[in-house]
Write a protein that binds this ligand. Sequence first.
Ligand SMILES: [Zn+2]
Length: 243
Amino acid sequence: MSWIEVGTDIFCIRYAPLDQTIGAILTGEGLVVIDSRSHRVHARELLNDLRSLDARAPIYLINTHYHWDHSFGNDQFTASVIVGHMKTRQALVSRGIAMRDELATADWLEPETAQLIGEVEIAAPTITFDKLMSLMLGDRQIDMTYLGRAHTDSDIVITVDDTLFAGDLIEVGAPPSFGDSFPLEWIETLERMTPLCGGPVVPGHGDVVDRAFVESQTYEIRRAVAGEPVYPDDVMTQIAERM
Ligand SMILES: [Zn+2]
């Protein structure tokens, strides 16, 4: 795997499992990484790849939301401060072990993956915020913004220069995941996010996109919420269950 430079010293990397996209930002004071992947093996692979950007461990790890594939690698980032929305922390502290144990026995996961997830030590963000927080590192400003409930109740976006890391608010190459979502509010949250999209938009899964993609996915979700069958049946059922 290799890093894609989407802006000056702003990177993302694609991993085949779950078609996941991880972000990294190089600052004068060290590296910031966005999301930690699913378990020890994935997180260590990421840490190893990060070394090609900066030999030191990342100073900050930001979780875009609490989902396992974005936060269950947290326990490997022992040298980093973990930052996320207060509800990401709440979810991991109150339900992290239950989420982990459920996945560890899930028959839809590869047995090896399920076993690795069963061994995860849940590590929640230790620095949290509600609406907005900025990291001022060297001459770089990294803003983290909570725009409302959407894919979960805890999704944040990270902006640096004109790049926006959208987590799973945007899903590229597959339908969005509605299992823990708030479908109607998701539309409004994306509408609040759109003005922040002036350059590359990095999703939690799939290719880097742009504002036009965000607008088209917002429209697609709006149609799906109105009952138009724009997604496969199982996804439409998920939406109906969350309405
Ligand atoms: Zn997610």
